[in-house]
Unconditional design. Structure first.
Length: 290
């Protein structure tokens, strides 16, 4: 019996399709169903959209959203330009072995786990003169800073750690984009008398527009998914003073502390909608620059 070639293809794809349906599509649909119930993980009572209404009027949710956005803006503003500049410098190195060495050095922190990085920075930024950072600052006559124990500095401290931890990944993405820009453009610009800085502004940056869009979108998504570092440092309440309380900690609180899975599922869908709106905004903003 002859078998259609398309049927054979679908048979090979069947394990992947089953995996996507079982571990992606079904959980997404089930989470939305649970969001419409007062659910304790075992059984639920129909609630309609009351969970979403609760979130809308919950001041804790808006505080978590504010903290998440502030930390996201700080992370993008600090991490993306720094990693782009470093990638541009590495891309300009002619010696291939030296270039590979710098790639490895900058990527090395990325292989460590978020938990490990958080513990290291808790020691590095210890809020007394015994901390390494405060010890160095004391050489210049600066009093010990509270760092992650001070609500005014905690968010900056976490972003500083996150920038160090994710710098290598960002550098590699930028490098992939930089190496895709035709060398002919730089050679033609050099013939016309353009300096290196002029080439960077008028060739490199415009040529990196798709990569910039990707980095901004992924950075936004990761900012709204922030959980591991703030949980290790500030616990489920996002201490100190709730300054590290993010949206994912909000979901975690209702999901695994009060066992109100309906509210947790509703909050997850609200976060999804917010991420979608930010992504559409970024897409429109970059599209308008054509």
């Amino acid at each position: 019996m002859l078998v259609n070639k398309h049927t054979v293809g679908y048979l090979f794809l069947l394990p992947l399709i089953l995996g996507v349906v079982t571990f992606s599509l079904y959980p997404i649909g089930e989470a939305f169903r649970i969001s419409l119930y007062h659910h304790n993980g075992v059984r639920g009572i129909w609630a309609g959209f009351s969970n979403y209404e609760f979130i809308w009027y919950d001041k804790t949710f808006w505080r978590a959203l504010r903290n998440t956005i502030i930390m996201g803006v700080m992370g993008l503003g600090m991490g993306l330009p720094l990693s782009f500049i470093i990638a541009s410098l590495i891309n300009g190195i002619a010696a291939r072995r030296i270039s590979i060495l710098f790639k490895a050095i900058y990527f090395l922190p990325n292989v460590t786990s978020t938990v490990a990085a958080s513990i290291v920075f808790l020691l590095l930024l210890y809020p007394t003169e015994k901390g390494i950072a405060n010890s160095v600052l004391s050489w210049f006559g600066v009093a010990p800073l509270g760092w992650m124990a001070d609500p005014r500095l905690a968010q900056f401290s976490v972003i500083l750690m996150d920038t160090w931890h994710g710098l290598g990944y960002s550098v590699l993405i930028w490098l992939a984009g930089l190496q895709g820009i035709p060398r002919d453009l730089y050679e033609a610009a050099s013939v016309d008398g353009a300096k290196r800085m002029q080439q960077w502004f008028y060739i490199t940056i415009p040529g990196m527009k798709p990569v910039i869009f990707f980095m901004v979108v992924m950075g936004t998504i990761n900012a709204f998914k922030r959980f591991g570092d703030v949980f290790v440092i500030g616990g489920p309440d996002g201490n100190p003073g709730g300054s590290l309380f993010t949206l994912m900690l909000y979901v975690y609180r209702y999901g695994f502390y009060t066992y109100e899975f309906g509210k947790a599922a509703a909050a997850s869908y609200v976060i999804f909608i917010i991420i979608l709106l930010f992504t559409l905004f970024n897409f429109k903003a970059f599209q308008n620059k054509d």
